[in-house]
Design a protein around this ligand. Structure first.
Ligand code: DC
Length: 232
């Protein structure tokens, strides 16, 4: 049987990771895994259980919580004990707290292990902050997406507006900068660009262009590995 590849994508918030990874997974007929959704889900329940700031309780929560990730009609569906939390994990309140929750070592250990199990057999496009460095440092294809901060803030503001939340670009930009700072400077697996990851700057390209640039790399690497990828 042909080996299925592991495609790992990292980058800061708003760099276009999830849109790109989703389309890439569809084109390759691979599973799309949004690891940020897992950190968001733990954060949502930490808020609900009023345990923010209590790392031990959050560790226990992340061990016990059963997060089901599915990819339905082009969207990630997240279910916890039968409750669909896909919308709730994208709230501004979760955005404001998720970086602090994802700094906790125990939480990272537990979620990284789950992610490694999910991608073990290949055939996945997994995106996050530490996929190319910690979760799958030996991934077949390693991509680092970047984009200028103003462009990222513009994209996120539009996303919120489409979901009915109107926020000034300046506030969204400030939140992104704050998250970038925490995500890049935390002690445990900070967001860093792996030296062997391929950098793709998305500031001035369309989503379709980004996807086709990355597909080009996937095809080239598949050929080097003597494996075949079928592109839809
Ligand atoms: O990709 P996102 O914006 O949904 O991620 C939400 C937060 O989760 C982000 O601020 C950092 C954290 N995260 C992480 O630390 N490691 C990952 N692999 C994915 C996300």
């Amino acid at each position: 049987m042909q080996k299925k590849l592991i495609v790992a994508i990292d980058g800061p918030a708003g760099s276009g990771k999830s849109t790109t990874a989703k389309l890439l997974a569809q084109r390759l007929n691979y599973l799309y895994i949004d690891t940020g959704a897992m950190y968001r889900t733990v954060t949502l329940f930490a808020i609900r259980n009023k345990i923010l700031g209590n790392n031990e309780a959050i560790n226990t929560l992340s061990e016990k919580i059963d997060i089901l990730l599915e990819f339905i009609k082009g969207e990630t569906k997240v279910t916890v004990s039968g409750e669909d939390v896909s919308q709730a994990i994208r709230s501004f309140e979760v955005n404001q707290n998720v970086s602090d929750v994802s700094k906790i070592e125990g939480v990272r250990k537990i979620l990284v292990k789950k992610q490694q199990e999910m991608g073990r057999n290949g055939g996945v496009v997994m995106e996050g902050r530490d996929i190319t460095t910690v979760v799958f440092p030996n991934a077949d294809v390693k991509i680092y997406l970047t984009a200028e901060i103003d462009e990222r803030a513009k994209r996120r503001t539009l996303e919120y507006a489409q979901k009915g939340t109107k926020l000034p670009v300046s506030e969204v930009k400030e939140n992104l900068q704050k998250r970038d700072l925490i995500d890049s400077n935390r002690e445990v697996s900070p967001l860093t660009q792996s030296p062997d990851a391929i950098e793709v700057d998305t500031s001035d390209v369309t989503i379709e262009e980004q996807v086709s640039i990355i597909l080009g790399h996937v095809q080239r690497i598949a050929k080097e590995r003597n494996t075949k990828v079928e592109i839809n």
